[in-house]
Design a protein around this ligand. Sequence first.
Ligand code: ZN
Length: 352
Amino acid sequence: MAPTAPLIFDGHNDALLHLYRHGGLVNAAQFVNGCAGAIDLPKARAGGFGGGFFAVYVPSPVGLLSTFSEMTKSAYDLPLPPPIPSCDALPVVMHQVAILLALQAQGALIICHSVAEIRAALAAGRIAAIFHIEGAEAIDADLHGLDVLYAAGLRSLGPVWSRTTLFGHGVPFRFPATPDVGPGLSDAGKRLIRRCNALRIMVDLSHLNEAGFWDVAAISTAPLVASHSNAHAICPHARNLTDRQLDAIRDSDGMVGLNFAVAFLRADGRMLDDVPLAQLLHHLDHLIERLGEDRVGLGSDFDGAVMPRGLETVADLPALRAAMAAHGYDAPLIAKICHENWLRVLEATWGE
Ligand code: ZN
């Protein structure tokens, strides 16, 4: 029997997007009873999924299937979808936040604003959720929207999901490629980082291009965090982090969450799901070597990407714990990767 402990607190999932696309708010109860997605209450209990960052994300109207087939090739460069105006993004964000609030009202999860709240939720056997925004399209240049979303519980934000926003530019889905593509943060983006620091909202570096990464590194007073990114040295995808970026994250005492998306794991960058768990361990070894044992966690991307065969849902997480143990990671290191490092960095970022 593969282990269901320690609990996994995960850096990124798109369960809210899945629910939004499959009936939306009126169907949110499917999370409680079991749904076709990678995360629901029964699967979380089966796999020892304690919670994590629940992303609010505005999808672009693009043909996902053609995108996926392009990414199965040995080299690709997908054009980024055009920017989304805030008037289009805002209703989608409101809908997904309403789903998150409904899940809390139904007792499926607890929206947490401090590490003390996360620890209490985990101890009570409840899913601990962080309200995260992946791409700040819904926020205006004056940042009034940021203050409102903070009041609604927002505690983590990525300025971009790859697609350009008025705050900055992201990396394209390009392989093989460096993340050094395009300009960095705009002036509004720099204001956004400073305001996030003031409110102690975590800034997520995943999806930012390298210029934007270094802009955040120069401005931010918080630990540098990439919630769901992998090692460029192993998989030279534009979405992954170079060793120089990893060193900056280490120096800030931040962390990286390992992304399970197959295209960011495989050395050949192809979006094919025959990926052995050993490939995840290969990235973890590299991340630990560059960052140290205290700065590596998980950032699955469940419900947002193609997962390795055998690791399709949170119910499969025991296989990953078993693989870490079989690889020689001791119990303290496994506990750090599963949740302790996330709680450490969040406490340093949030101050509570
Ligand atoms: Zn993402």
